[in-house]
Design a binder for this molecule. Structure first.
Ligand code: RP5
Length: 166
């Protein structure tokens, strides 16, 4: 599924459509920054052949980064990182059991040599922002938008301070 008519630069993938309740935040941030991206369910366990072809073809298809979210035995981000040279940003999705700690540990404890940049449990928004920064490293317009976003956050905090003291 493509979210834009332009060729996607970021792949937002998840182990199940049930992860979308969290992962939509990554997609929303990328849309906000005007970064074309695709959204796809790729399951390490239920669709292993698709996982392998997605990882192997991601770079040649023009993607620059992958945001991968999964819960429980969350092998998707790590397996993708083993199949592609692209940066993979992992999002531990919290399920009903174990408070998401299982997802976090499954993603963060990668063996040396195969890195996954892991964000917090349900941290899909930061994953989208991190992917935007990857794109911004080679695209000044996107980098400018990221700086403007940071300035806006700063402004919001100061406005809250003013209200607090009023
Ligand atoms: C994982 O299993 C998925 O990433 C999801 O978080 C979890 C549960 O999947 P469903 O049973 O909701 O499809 O692979």
């Amino acid at each position: 599924m493509l979210n834009s008519s332009e060729e996607p630069l970021v792949g937002v993938v998840m182990g199940s459509d049930s992860d979308w309740r969290v992962m939509h935040e990554a997609s929303a941030v990328l849309t906000e920054f005007g970064i074309p991206h695709e959204v796809e369910v790729v399951s390490a366990h239920r669709t292993p052949d698709k996982l392998i072809s997605y990882g192997r073809e991601a770079r040649s298809r023009g993607l620059k980064a992958i945001v991968a979210g999964a819960g429980g035995a969350a092998h998707l981000p790590g397996m993708l990182a083993s199949l592609t040279a692209l940066p993979v940003i992992g999002v531990p999705v919290q399920l009903k059991t174990l408070d998401g700690l299982d997802s976090l540990l499954s993603i963060v404890q990668m063996p040396a040599g195969i890195p996954v940049a892991t964000v917090s449990i349900n941290g899909a928004k930061n994953a989208g922002l991190l992917a935007a920064r990857v794109i911004g490293a080679a695209d000044a317009e996107i980098a400018d938008r990221i700086e403007a976003y940071a300035r806006d956050l700063e402004k919001q905090v100061e406005e809250k301070n003013v209200r607090l003291k009023a």
